[in-house]
Write a protein that binds this ligand. Structure first.
Ligand code: NAD
Ligand code: GLY
Length: 371
């Protein structure tokens, strides 16, 4: 078992990564705010892991809520279901919400916890690779709006993150690959050694070799924890964690939430960022080629959906949290392991990048399975 700390002063918390953690009360009960809890999960995860979590709450007054599964349910209406349950069951300000599931459940539950009675405690038990390496850490919570991804939300840190690597055994390959996109992201942003390590071990990670998977999660969480501790509310450096996300969010929103998985859209978005960086003369073409090769080995898309035009994508990208005074900023690359936030480009650069990716897309099959 590995434990990392997110160093946030009075809001500091631990990330536990290991096997057999779900169902063991020692990782959860010390972090409850009081004697009541609500476990929020979804219809896919509940039959797999809910009983274990409920057993670990023996002696605590607890309830659970099973949500429908899917990115399209990451809405204010679903958050309202959480409030309905909390109020119906008379939970007070000392309750603790426990998110059991992937990033969708985590984001919804965290946001409900941020809002309920002006803020109650919450715990993350992430069960997808993506949630274990990214969404459960850092306190970004929220839901989508039809006009923009993750546009309604709050910063609200969990009290502990319990990442049980056994839960990944039931994850399908497509979801595993989507999680690997966020893992590769950390290498690209600021950890060149990790990128090299991923190049060496990608095949073993796809085979889910436990020791390597656990190390990939640890290294990813370490990267994220450092950035979050330095810039909790994204005044600066934390924006780098959004590499590929502005392009990716345009794909997710433009294609309809859930058509492309978040990780798949981020993978394509990172490749667009690399292409654009090469086009601007910032990134050596060889570094972009390595990026593309690693994403492809991970089975991730590296091109844009044929049905989403550059003009529509540009329009969607205008609704981005990195827009400042009407000016879009993007995370681009100067090298592998060196990302920058910049507004030093023109809309024409985005259009040209998108269109060149689209023309390559016509000649490749590297789009997500099932998208
Ligand atoms: P998800 O939550 O939709 O989970 C993917 C699928 O896997 C779902 O069908 C889910 O029910 C299923 N699942 C979950 N755990 C499982 C398990 N152990 N075995 C079998 N199936 C399982 O998607 P995700 O990729 O986990 O998260 C994506 C979401 O996270 C997006 O909404 C994205 O915006 C958000 N996100 C948030 C942050 C943040 O900082 N808050 C960061 C990155 C992504
Ligand atoms: N996923 C981006 C962040 O947590 O800041």
């Amino acid at each position: 078992m590995k434990t990392l700390q997110v160093a946030l002063g009075e809001r500091a918390y631990a990330i536990h990564i290991g096997s057999g953690l779900v169902g063991d009360p020692q990782w959860i009960t010390p972090h409850l705010a009081g004697q009541q809890a609500l476990v929020v999960t979804n219809e896919t995860v509940a039959p797999l892991y809910l009983d274990g979590v409920l057993e670990s709450l023996a002696g605590i007054r607890h309830h659970h809520l099973v949500l429908p599964d899917g990115e399209r349910f990451k809405t204010l209406d679903t958050v309202n279901l959480v409030f309905d349950k909390l109020l119906t069951e008379r939970h007070d300000r000392h309750t603790t919400l426990i998110a059991l599931g992937g990033g969708v459940v985590g984001d919804i539950t965290g946001f409900a916890a941020a809002c309920y009675q002006r803020g109650v405690a919450f715990i993350q038990i992430p069960t997808t690779l993506l949630a274990q390496v990214d969404s459960s850490v850092g306190g970004k919570t929220g839901v989508n709006h039809p006009l923009g991804k993750n546009m309604i939300g709050a910063f609200h840190q969990p009290r502990v993150v319990v990442a049980d690597t056994d839960t990944l055994d039931t994850l399908d390959d497509r979801q595993l690959r989507a999680g690997l996109a966020e893992v590769i992201k950390y290498g690209l942003i600021g950890d060149r050694d990790f990128f090299d390590w991923l190049e060496r071990h990608m095949d073993a990670l796809l085979e889910r070799q436990p020791a390597l998977m656990s190390e990939a999660i640890r290294r990813s969480c370490q990267n994220k924890a450092e950035v979050v501790a330095a810039d909790e509310r994204e005044a600066g450096r934390r924006a780098l964690l959004n590499l590929g996300h502005t392009f990716g969010h345009a794909i997710e929103t433009g294609m309809g939430y859930g058509a492309w998985l978040h990780g798949e859209a981020v993978a394509a978005g990172m490749m667009l960022a690399a292409r654009m960086s090469v086009g601007l003369g910032w990134l050596p073409a060889a570094a972009a080629a390595r990026t593309e090769a690693l994403l492809r080995r991970a089975g991730l898309p590296t091109t844009v959906p044929a049905s989403l035009s550059a003009a529509r994508a540009l329009d969607l990208m205008a609704v981005d949290k990195k827009v400042q005074d009407g000016r879009l900023r993007l995370v681009l690359l100067r090298d592998i392991g060196e990302a920058v936030v910049t507004a030093d480009f023109s809309p024409g650069d985005i259009t040209a990048t998108w269109e060149s990716a689209a023309s390559d897309a016509a000649a490749t099959t590297a789009t997500p399975q099932g998208a």
